[in-house]
Design a binder for this molecule. Structure first.
Ligand SMILES: *Cc1c(COP(=O)(O)O)cnc(C)c1O
Length: 405
C-alpha cells in the first residue's frame, strides 16, 4: 500500500477562500434576488493594458515563424527581461542587484512556497500574524512546523509575530535567534507598511543572528508614500540576509498570465559558506522549465513607457476604490487601517465581534463579502479585510450599504 506524505495530514482546515465561497453560494441560493458584492478575494478585475496585449500579439506571431520561434526558455529567464527588471526595479532605486541574481518564474506564490526547500529541516521559521497562509502551509508540507495546537490555532514549531493596532502592524524583534523570517510589505492582509528605518532594524537583526529574511514585495507598485521602501535592498546590508519576491499579478493584472521573479543575491551564504544562489539555481534547473516566452515579452512591456503609464492608471483606479472603502468605513465609525500603500483595507470588527460573526452579518445585512481576519492567523481575530479590486461602481454601492447598517 502506498503511504502519503504525512506532513500533508497536518495541514489545517479547508482553504479559507473555499469556506467563504461555500457560505456565499448558500446565501445566494437561499436569496436569489439579492445582489451580492464581493470585496473578499485578492484578484484583479481590470483587463491587461493595451501596450502589454500588443507585445503578446507580436510574440505570438514570432512563435509561429521558423526564424523567430522560441523553445525552452533559459533557466533563469530571458536576459531581455532580467536586464529590464534590474534596471527599473533596482538600479533606478539605488539598489545593488544584478541581472544574474534575478530568477524569473511563473509567480510569487510558487517562489515563496518553494524557497523553503533549500533550507535545513532544523531551521526555525517566523511569520507575521496575521499571515499570507502560503508561508506557513508550505513549511507544514515540508515538516518544519511541529505540532498543531487547535486551541491557539498555531503550530509549535513556528514563531508567530503579532501585528496589531497596538504595534502599528510592525512586529517586535524576537528575543530568540531565528533562521527564516517571512516579511510581506505592503502587507496582505493588513495593508500596512514598514518605513525604511523599521525595515533596516530587521535587516540588521538578520545579519546579527545569521537569519534569512524572505521578503514578499508583491504589492510594491501600490506604494504612494516616500518613506516606504519598494525593495528590501534599499536597506544597507540586505545583500547578505535577504531574498525578495516580486509578482506581475497585482501591478499589471497578470494573475491569469503568470509571471514573477525572485532575487537571490550572490553574497547570501549559509553557515557552511554555501551560496543560496547556487542552490536556488539548481532547484530552478531541476524542477522548473521557465515562464513562457510570450509572457516574458509581456512582462518586458510592463516597463515600457506606454506600459508604465497604463499600469499606473490601473493601480490608481484600485487605489481610488481603497479611498472609497477607507473613508466610507471611517465615516460609519469603524476603526480602519491600510488602503494607503496597498489595495487592502483592514478594519476592526465592531464591539469585539468575532471576524466570522461579522462576515455573516455583513453578508446577510449588506450583501457584501469580505474576508474574516481569523482566517489569516490568531492575531487577525476581531479584524476584517476588504479589498479594492472590485469595480468603482460596486465598491461605492457596497459602502453605501455598509453605511446604512
Ligand atoms: C497575490 C500575492 C502574491 C502573488 O502571487 P502570484 O503567484 O505572483 O500571482 C504573492 N504574495 C502575496 C502576499 C500575495 O497576496
Amino acid at each position: 500500500m502506498i503511504k502519503v506524505n504525512e506532513n500533508y495530514l497536518k495541514l489545517q482546515g479547508s482553504y479559507l477562500f473555499s469556506q467563504i465561497g461555500k457560505k456565499v453560494k448558500e446565501y445566494e441560493e437561499e436569496n436569489p434576488n439579492r445582489q451580492v458584492i464581493r470585496l473578499g478575494i485578492g484578484d484583479v478585475t481590470q483587463p491587461i493594458a493595451p501596450a502589454i496585449i500588443e507585445a503578446l500579439h507580436k510574440s505570438v506571431d514570432e512563435m509561429g515563424n521558423k526564424e523567430t520561434f522560441h523553445g525552452y526558455a533559459p533557466d533563469l529567464g530571458y536576459e531581455f527581461l532580467r536586464n529590464t527588471i534590474v534596471e527599473n526595479d533596482f538600479q533606478k532605486r539605488g539598489c545593488d542587484i544584478y541581472a544574474d541574481e534575478i530568477f524569473v518564474s511563473d509567480g510569487a506564490k510558487c517562489d515563496c512556497s518553494n524557497i523553503q526547500e533549500i533550507f535545513s529541516q532544523d531551521n526555525k521559521i517566523a511569520v507575521c500574524d496575521p499571515v499570507y497562509p502560503v508561508y506557513v502551509d508550505s513549511n507544514v508540507m515540508a515538516g518544519r512546523t511541529g505540532e498543531y495546537n487547535a486551541l491557539t490555532g498555531t503550530f509549535s514549531g513556528v514563531v508567530y509575530m503579532p501585528c496589531t493596532l497596538e504595534n502599528d502592524f510592525c512586529p517586535e524583534l524576537p528575543k530568540e535567534a531565528l533562521d527564516i523570517i517571512y516579511l510581506c510589505y505592503p502587507n496582505n492582509p493588513t495593508g500596512s507598511t514598514l518605513t525604511r528605518e523599521q525595515l533596516q532594524v530587521w535587516v540588521d537583526y538578520a545579519n546579527r543572528v545569521g537569519a534569512v529574511i524572505i521578503y514578499d514585495a508583491a504589492y510594491e507598485a501600490y506604494i504612494s508614500e516616500n518613506h516606504v521602501p519598494h525593495s528590501i535592498y534599499e536597506c544597507k546590508g540586505a545583500r547578505t540576509c535577504a531574498i525578495e519576491m516580486h509578482s506581475f499579478s497585482k501591478n499589471a493584472g497578470f494573475t491569469g498570465m503568470r509571471l514573477g521573479y525572485t532575487v537571490v543575491p550572490k553574497d547570501l551564504k549559509s553557515e557552511e559558506g554555501v551560496a543560496l544562489h547556487s542552490l536556488w539555481a539548481r532547484r530552478h534547473g531541476t524542477k522548473y522549465n521557465g515562464a513562457p516566452y510570450i509572457v516574458q515579452r509581456a512582462g518586458e512591456a510592463v516597463y515600457s513607457p506606454a506600459g508604465q503609464s497604463q499600469i499606473k492608471s490601473q493601480v490608481a483606479y484600485y487605489m481610488k476604490n481603497a479611498r472609497v472603502i477607507s473613508e466610507g468605513l471611517k465615516s460609519a465609525g469603524y476603526t480602519v487601517t491600510g488602503g494607503v500603500n496597498a489595495p487592502y483595507i483592514w478594519m476592526k470588527t465592531p464591539n469585539g465581534m468575532t471576524s466570522w460573526k461579522f462576515f455573516d452579518a455583513l453578508l446577510e445585512r449588506a450583501n457584501v463579502v469580505g474576508t474574516p481576519g481569523a482566517g489569516f492567523g490568531p492575531s487577525g481575530e476581531e479584524y476584517f479585510r476588504l479589498t479594492a479590486f472590485g469595480t468603482y461602481e460596486s465598491t461605492v454601492e457596497a459602502l453605501d450599504r455598509i453605511k446604512k447598517l
